[in-house]
Design a protein around this ligand. Sequence first.
Ligand code: B3K
Ligand code: ZN
Length: 886
Amino acid sequence: MRTEQPKMIALSDYRLPDYLIDETHLTFELHESYALVHSRLLMQRNPGLDNSLPPLVLDGQQLELIDIELDGQQLSVIDYKLTENSLQVQPKQRAFELSTTVRIEPQKNTALEGLYKSSGMFCTQCEAEGFRKITYYLDRPDVMSRFTTTIHAQKHSYPILLSNGNPIAEGEDDDGRHWVTWEDPFKKPAYLFAIVAGDLWCVEDTFTTKSGREVVLRMYVEPENLDKCQHGMDSLKKAMRWDEEKYGREYDLDIFMIVAVNDFNMGAMENKGLNIFNSSCVLAKAESATDAAHQRIESIVAHEYFHNWSGNRVTCRDWFQLSLKEGFTVFRDSQFSADMNSAVVKRIEDVAYLRTHQFAEDAGPMAHPVRPEQYMEISNFYTLTIYEKGAEVVRMLHTLLGEETFRKGSDLYFERHDGQAVTCDDFIAAMESASGMDLTQFKRWYSQAGTPQLAVSDSYDAATQTYQLTVKQSCPDTPGQTNKLPFVIPLSMALLNQQGEAMPLQFEDESVAIADERVLSVTAAEQTFTFINVAEQPLPSLLRGFSAPVVLDYDYSRDQLVFLLQHDTDGFNRWEAGQQLSLQVIEEVVGQIYETDEPMMDSRLVAVFTALLEQDDLDPAMLAEIITLPSVGYIIEQYEQADPLAIHQAREYVSDQLAYALKEPMLARYQVLRKESLDTPYVAQASDIARRRLQNILLAYLIRTDDLDILDECVDQFGVADNMTERLAALACLVNSPFTEEAEHALESFSERFEDDPLVMDQWFSVQAAATLPGGLQRVQHLLAHPAFSIKNPNKVRAVIGAFSTQNTPNFHAHDGSGYAFLADKVIELDALNPQIAARIITPLTRWQRYDLHQQELMLAQLKRIKNSGDLSVDLFEVLEKSLSA
Ligand code: B3K
Ligand code: ZN
């Protein structure tokens, strides 16, 4: 554990690197209890700096230095200086060669950063600062080098030896060992370096690029997973084609490899030519993975592939610029998913996620700008703000510039900066050059944290046929930031007449109406937009498609929301009207719960859902989204101080009421859909996914009516489904129902059937950990003792501890604080093993200020207990410091 006090690293302290590394030659000798890493670095004084030769300070952590040579001369202990995190030597000339040998212990690496072992194979994770746990290096993204890597290992256990680039040589050693050399022709920062060694099998395919080059595509997996590769491979090929067509980006090596590993801290990693994936984010087949998993895989495979340009060819100068590659790449993968599936549904899903999770982050103690100004531990900054809000910022640019100009800007960015490590300012500068726009004010999205609020009011003058919209923007204070300046907010809008049609829009200084949907550019704290020739009192449809990541406040009546839900011509806003209506109804019930045992729910929700269920031409995907009530997490975010138990209870009450009132049409519809599912073989395509989604949502409502015939239907769907989407949804229905015997039975048959498939067992774990019936904590304790559970596997931790603390509202937020104490215990236990996971899994406790005073006290007590529990990792220390000082 660390002995040095963690320091803040500031963007304002950025300095060019003193030295550069032209070539990096690595040799790995992998053994069962240790590994030796030989490194030979061809270095030079940074030619952009003066002629002096300052000391060379290399990063290195948890390394045992065995040997060090400078220009062929062995150095003795007086020639260099070692600290816990660095190795310092004094170069004698501008260009020199530094060689080191270090010994490391990948087998003992439970933090899963650097070189480690997972299910018998060796693999690496270097981003952000894991390479320094492999060898002494200038481990910073603005030092880019050409890598040549040789791996030696025992041939029987590790027949496959992989690294970045192309294989250029291989051979046999003595005693059953062998070696392979890889050379990556593209210079890259160390965070994109990877090696893999294991007994892996592979599925191979090819892709011909638009310029006619043939690329070999390989997915390496454990042999039992060979039948789960097709979907990932198809997704990869679609992504490669799409990036050529949409962004003009072609793949640049002769081979592209994906490796699936079971123990991985996040989803996947874009190492050059050798992407490493969490097996849960790449392996799928109908019987074992849900539709949601299939879609997640499609988007993550694409995301990592897209990084080849947005991240690898053009990389980040420093980690403060992380959103340069992540925000842009998330935007790119969201465009891709929208093109491959339903664009409206994709937008709805993204916005629901952003508003529940990123808005919460932006309102909490960890709030930071898209380009942060300081950090202690960079791993803590792979956040929803960097990724999702960063993607929204790029989306707004796309909206402001338009498709064509945005493409010119991205072409220019890739062309100008190919092979460079650059900043968010460079990205904006390319967009400015392409568009001729001044984006100075827009850049506040990168520097100011917090979610802007838009308060919109309007007035209509029938006599002059004039309509005015007044927009006021503000942004709450966030840690270290007050008095924010106005943002540039693209506000997409339309005005609907009484038939629900969008009316022509004409500004007062225009001679004709040019469109019936427009994007208003909101740039001042308060601004009024005047429309003329507005024939009747309109109903505004605002922030269409969620054109900016803001909270919109316009005082719609419930009748107006019903109207918009039925008529808005913007699909996203139709859904949004339904969400706001549902939210109002649930909030009203929350208020009633304190006064009476018999709340009264606004009947308009039942009426409008009934009408929608009967409407034959409504896309099932849309219907499914509309009848899904806002999540507890989203509702909690609407309160200054939320009572999670009352919110859960009110949401349950409204769900029950809807189920009883709509039982007949829901059952009729469910049966039609279920029959279709039975008659069609499983395909993970948008229309079928929509059908199954609606079918499963209806089943979840129907099971609430405690009807034994419906129980039979549910048990039947569970038993006969040929796919995990239907099976798991039915299991979740049973597990959350009062039919405990059927639930037990289903859980047992499920685990018997899938006990050898860890990815399916993860789903079995999380369905139970999220079950909201009383006694949840005991059930979770029980799951932790299950032989398939391991605290060292991040997927298992997320499936049990994560699902419990983020999805199981009544048990996690139990009044006696037992849920919080449980999470604290696990955070402490995890921190000793895997700091990154500990610092992530603690998140629900860091949101203590969002809850009522009773919960606040209980959560704070646990945060303090963790803080005082002993020697903490930097990761956890930073999160606790911020949460406790808020
Ligand atoms: N770039 C990686 C994330 C690395 C996280 C390191 N703690 C995956 C991605 O965003 O594509
Ligand atoms: Zn990424």
